[in-house]
Design a protein around this ligand. Structure first.
Ligand SMILES: Cc1ncc(COP(=O)(O)O)c(C=O)c1O
Length: 385
């Protein structure tokens, strides 16, 4: 089988699998907060994992907070900033292409807590308009609580100019949270250079165990616990730490940062694949083709076809992709993200997302090209009957 849904979840990396096989045979299972020697060894492992993660993302270990993943990290950041913001700071700037973990949380703060949410423009290729952001920052300079703009879009793979956004936010003295769920582990990233105040990560998007992840905060004293408990994670996240999961996050981050050269090959293979499919099927459309995107993400449509039909055709050839369209009552609809890009329903309904990680390349794209091309041939033939 060929799994091509790395933006959905990354299968356990070989290094993580090897680590777990060895690790499960060890006797090291205990409460890492206990002061007996087994607990202490686990705690040392946890702190080692924190140092590895910090080194891989370019921050200080004290800035890393382990948790259950990106959704928890996002909720923690928004709660910490928005529940404790001064009364006059009631404006949030975000984008219209955020993941529901951010978009729905902001809708809650807008509905229940009196915040005003402003959305920065994005162009037809999903790129954030930094000039419009600067305008909004200036217009609301006295009332700004937070800027929340994602770093890489899960559907299109489009990268935001987060360095520029970070600089603009620093000048405007407003905290900048970027949803880095799709960026960390899929492209090179350095927290300190990014200008972000907060970033998040899910272990399963790295090839580590699900139910793990971390949050990075430039100033951890600005955080508030979302989960109360003892003094775990310096009192910022109650509950016994998922130490085994955290260890796999460190293994995956280390594996990723020592294989960064794989990203170049991945990007080249993806661009060659996109060129080839466009040549073979001139009516196909690469969504956000003009934008800088994650090395291994392609969102491709073929107006008039149904994305789910394409998906099923690929699955019959043992290739697993997703559509980015949400389905209601069997009525495939264009996703909110694609609507924000001005994508027509005809095209929006037809898309499938093909996503890989730093260990895939030419061979995988060759298989997808052949299967997708025959799927398009078959489905366009059926449609023309
Ligand atoms: C951009 C983005 N943010 C947040 C999330 C939420 O991640 P999780 O479900 O691992 O908490 C996802 C998951 O797909 C995502 O793609």
């Amino acid at each position: 089988m060929l799994y091509a849904d790395y933006n959905g979840s990354v299968p356990l990396l070989p290094a993580v699998r090897d680590y777990l096989r060895r690790r499960l045979d060890s006797e090291l299972f205990a409460n890492p907060n206990a002061i007996h020697s087994v607990g202490q060894r686990l705690m040392q492992g946890l702190e080692r994992a924190r140092r590895i993660v910090a080194e891989a993302v370019g921050c200080h270990p004290d800035q890393v907070l382990f948790n259950s993943g990106a959704s928890e990290g996002i909720s923690t950041v928004l709660y910490s900033v928005l529940e404790f913001s001064p009364a006059k700071k009631k404006v949030i700037i975000t984008s219209p292409i955020e993941h529901p973990a951010v978009a729905k949380a902001l809708a809650y703060y807008e509905r229940e807590k009196g915040y005003l949410v402003k959305r920065v423009h994005v162009d037809g290729a999903g790129r954030v308009d930094v000039d419009h952001l600067r305008l909004l920052l200036e217009r609301h300079s006295e009332e700004l609580a937070l800027v929340a703009i994602m770093a890489a879009n899960n559907e299109t793979g489009v990268l935001s100019p987060y360095n520029q956004i970070g600089r603009a936010c620093a000048e405007a003295r407003v905290p900048f949270f970027s949803d880095t769920t799709q960026l960390i582990g899929k492209d090179a990233f350095n927290f300190e250079a990014s200008g972000m105040d907060y970033a998040v990560c899910s272990g399963h998007k790295l090839g580590a165990l699900t139910g793990t992840g971390f949050l990075v905060a430039k100033d951890p004293t600005t955080l508030q616990p979302l989960i109360f408990g003892s003094s775990q994670e310096r009192g910022l996240r109650g509950g016994t730490q998922n130490y085994l999961g955290i260890e796999t996050v460190a293994v995956a981050m280390e594996d990723f940062s020592t294989h960064l050269d794989g990203l170049k090959q991945l990007r080249r293979a993806r661009l060659d694949f996109e060129k080839a499919i466009r040549r073979q099927h001139p009516k196909s459309v690469i969504i956000a083709e003009a934008a800088d995107r994650l090395p291994g993400t392609t969102l491709i449509g073929y107006p008039g076809l149904h994305g789910q039909a394409v998906q099923i055709e690929l699955e019959s050839q043992d290739i697993f992709v997703t559509t980015s369209a949400a389905c209601t009552d069997n009525q495939p609809e264009t996703s909110e993200v694609l609507r924000a890009l001005g994508v027509s329903d005809d095209l929006g309904r037809s898309v499938v997302r093909i996503s890989f990680g730093h260990r895939q390349g030419e061979a995988e794209y060759a298989r997808v090209l052949s299967a997708l091309s025959s799927a398009y041939n078959k489905l366009t033939r059926i449609r023309s009957y």
